[in-house]
Design a protein around this ligand. Structure first.
Ligand code: ADP
Length: 282
């Protein structure tokens, strides 16, 4: 059974499938989640009845064409966008706003230019009420995790794009959220920085096993990182297919070049680029 037919079958049956992690309760659960926006006097459906369970410690990537609702979906898990239908649950509780249990990382690093790397990383901890000693300890640990120790006292303007994004990631790590919500975090980076940050993210994830929801428009990146790839389709934004990535970790260059990786990439690519069949003429 292909992932496509499995998804379709289970949707029809309303039963469990690869959208639903087996047995363990979901860390993040999208239950019939929709989001509409009023546009020109009509309601535009950005996300249409999404059902998706993400298990604790799972790494799920979401790909799909521009405008298919990826950011809206992530925004609803972050509590930055509220659903107009259905519910997003984290640990069984409905999300009603942002919270320290969920760290959000965007493509734009949004660093404070007047603060050093350490100052930026400590900022979230300050908001969380951590003492000065605690802030310093946790910030230094997070900075070390992303390999920026030598630049802890540098200002953002002296850093490359990749280093700025490392700093933004360290800022999220420092708070140690149980869930990382990443919206095309490497989208603006050059190919080399991108691969380095993918490997560094996987290394940290393997050690800490946080739950990650990661949006990308890059099919290779989606497959390389994930336990499961969710492919969305547009107009209205919905889940098209869920592809299980049965490749071992650590993911290496060898895995990236393997036939199994190539097959998965092709499967995801075809799902992303599918064209709905035109309705037959009556
Ligand atoms: P993606 O991240 O896949 O590119 P988005 O989630 O950003 O998609 O957007 C999904 C759709 O919802 C798009 O057509 C977008 O124009 C629309 N949309 C998003 N936010 C708003 C808004 N605040 N008002 C009206 N339409 C919106």
């Amino acid at each position: 059974m292909t992932a496509d037919s499995r998804t379709a079958a289970s949707t029809a049956a309303g039963g469990a499938d690869s959208r639903t992690a087996a047995a363990a309760p979901a860390k993040i659960s999208f239950r019939g989640v929709s989001r509409t926006y009023p546009v020109n006097g009509a309601l535009f459906t950005a996300v249409d009845r999404v059902d998706l369970d993400i298990a604790d410690g799972e790494f799920v990537t979401v790909v799909g064409p521009s405008g298919c609702g990826k950011s809206t979906l992530l925004g609803m898990a972050a509590g930055l966008v509220l659903p107009t239908g259905g519910q997003v649950l984290v640990d069984g509780a409905a999300v009603t706003g942002p919270g320290p249990d969920r760290g959000v990382i965007f493509q734009q690093y949004a660093l404070f230019p007047w603060l050093t790397v350490r100052g930026n990383v400590e900022f979230g901890l300050r908001l969380a009420g951590a003492s000065a000693a605690e802030r310093r300890r946790r910030a230094d640990r997070a900075i070390e995790l992303v390999g920026l120790e030598a630049f802890a006292d540098a200002l953002p303007k002296t850093l490359s794009g990749g280093m700025k994004q490392r700093c933004a990631i360290a800022r999220a790590y420092a708070v140690d959220p149980e869930v990382l919500l990443m919206d095309e975090p490497f989208g603006a980076l050059d190919a080399l920085s991108r691969v380095q940050l993918q490997d560094q993210l996987l290394e940290t994830w393997t050690r800490q096993r946080r739950t990650v929801l990661f949006i990308t428009h890059d099919v290779d990146e989606a497959v390389y990182l994930a336990n499961r790839v969710v492919v969305m389709a547009a107009a209205p934004g919905r889940i098209h297919t869920v592809v299980d990535v049965d490749l071992p970790y650590p993911r290496t260059e060898e895995i990236r070049l393997s036939p199994a990786f190539g097959q998965l990439r092709n499967q995801v690519w075809q799902a992303v680029h599918h064209r709905p069949r035109a309705a037959p003429a009556l």
